[in-house]
Structures are given as structure tokens and as C-alpha cells.
Design a protein around this ligand. Structure first.
Ligand SMILES: *Cc1c(COP(=O)(O)O)cnc(C)c1O
Length: 229
């Protein structure tokens, strides 16, 4: 199957359930992105700021770029002029910097709060209690150039479908609670970003509205190995 075929069949599958596809193109060349673009895909996700900026400069300007990976405060300024959605906000400090850079660019930047749901030490994200604390804070209330569109979560990398299902279920339930408590009057709080190539079908069953797929579309990524000897 070509990239183009993959995009078309995923779109068919996801459109029927109203789920948005983010094509995660990290490590892949611009030519691969162009092929997906020709097949109608307009939303692409990257996890590194430098790579994202390079691809933004090279590729058509009607692409919506999403940042899906961890974002360092000092790099926000590079993406602030054009980024469509930041999936990985994991602190108030980061959100304040995004707000500051958005203001400089006379924009309002859409963001998701990344919630920690996995049973792994390596994943970033806020705990459920930290999300609530952030949304309740006066500091957050003062931010006028960011808009929280929803939540993002990454499930544990495991073969246990049961565990993945439980993690996504918890996030979906939390999303509903947060919607009721903090965003009842805001229709724009409508994105639940969960599901990657290995687990997106489970995520969709559990209420995902946006999936982030890389290898399913573009094939496996080449992993760089570093040797000391
Ligand atoms: C790489 C990445 C993806 C896509 O991963 P695949 O397993 O290739 O679909 C999704 N989300 C995030 C945060 C990623 O870093």
C-alpha cells in the first residue's frame, strides 16, 4: 500500500466516526508529506521543533501543523507564528510562554493539555489533579492568547489491550468531567487526542476525536542507534 492509499483508506474509516486524522510525519522526508498532501491530507504532526520549522518553510502554506512531542519553553518562539495546535502542554509555565509568544504574533494559539495516563516513567504529562489545579488557577484565567481545545494522552506501550482500553476509558471519562466543570459554555473544548498506530482502534472505541498516526501511513521509522565502540 502506498502513502496515498493509506491516507484514503484511513480517511474513509475515520470520517464515518467523525475522528480527525493527524498524519505524524516525523523523520519522514518532505516528498512523503507531499504524497499525503496530494491524497487530500492537510493536518500533519511533528515532534521536534527544528524539523517542524524546516518542513513548514518547505511545504504548502495551507497545511495545518501540529506539535505532538514535548515542547521546551525556549523553543516556543520558533513555532508561535504558524502552529495550529500544540498537543503537548504539560505545565502552566509552558502555557504562559505560549501565551506570551502568541501575543507577540497577535494570535490565539490552540492547545491541548497532555494528561499522564500511562504506566511508564518516561512519558510526559499532567496528572488529573494537576489539570484541575491549572484550570482553576488565577494565572491561567489571565491568559488571553491561548485557547484550551481539549486533552491529549498516550497509553502505555503494551500488548495488553485491556490495559490500553482502561487508560483511554479513564481519559475519556476525565475529559467529560472537565468539559462539565470548566468548559460547559465553550463549544471549542472538543478535542480528545488519543490513539497512535498501535492502539488507535481502541482509542476510537473509547471516545477519541483525533488520532495521531505515523507508521500506519508512512511505514516504520528508521531508529537511529548510537554506538560507543
Ligand atoms: C510518533 C508519535 C505518534 C505516531 O506514532 P505511530 O506509532 O508511528 O503512529 C503519535 N503521537 C506522538 C506523541 C508521537 O510522538
Amino acid at each position: 500500500m502506498s502513502i496515498s492509499d493509506n491516507i484514503k483508506s484511513l480517511k474513509n474509516e475515520l470520517d464515518t466516526v467523525n475522528v480527525t486524522l493527524v498524519a505524524v510525519s516525523k523523520t519522514k522526508p518532505a516528498t512523503d508529506i507531499e504524497e499525503a498532501y496530494q491524497a487530500g491530507q492537510r493536518i500533519f504532526g511533528e515532534n521536534q521543533v527544528q524539523e517542524l520549522v524546516e518542513k513548514y518553510e518547505q511545504l504548502p502554506k495551507d497545511i495545518e501543523w501540529h506539535l505532538v512531542g514535548h515542547l521546551q519553553t525556549n523553543k516556543v518562539k520558533y513555532i508561535a507564528p504558524f502552529i495550529s495546535l500544540i498537543h503537548s502542554v504539560d505545565s502552566l509555565k509552558l502555557l504562559e510562554e505560549i501565551n506570551k509568544q502568541a501575543e507577540k504574533n497577535k494570535r490565539v494559539i490552540d492547545c491541548l493539555l497532555q494528561v499522564y495516563i500511562a504506566d511508564e516513567e518516561t512519558k510526559y504529562g499532567l496528572g488529573f489533579d494537576e489539570v484541575i489545579e491549572l484550570l482553576r488557577s488565577d494565572e491561567f484565567a489571565a491568559l488571553k492568547n491561548v485557547r484550551i481545545r481539549g486533552l491529549m494522552g498516550i497509553a502505555t506501550n503494551t500488548d495488553s489491550e485491556k490495559q490500553i482500553k482502561e487508560e483511554f476509558y479513564e481519559l475519556d471519562t476525565f475529559f467529560d468531567g472537565i468539559t462539565q466543570s470548566f468548559f460547559r459554555k465553550e463549544d471549542s473544548f472538543d478535542i480528545l487526542s488519543m490513539g497512535m498506530s498501535g492502539d488507535y482502534k481502541i482509542a476510537v472505541e473509547q471516545g477519541s476525536t483525533m488520532v495521531r498516526l505515523g507508521s500506519t501511513i508512512f511505514g516504520e521509522r528508521v531508529v537511529k542507534h548510537f554506538k560507543n565502540n
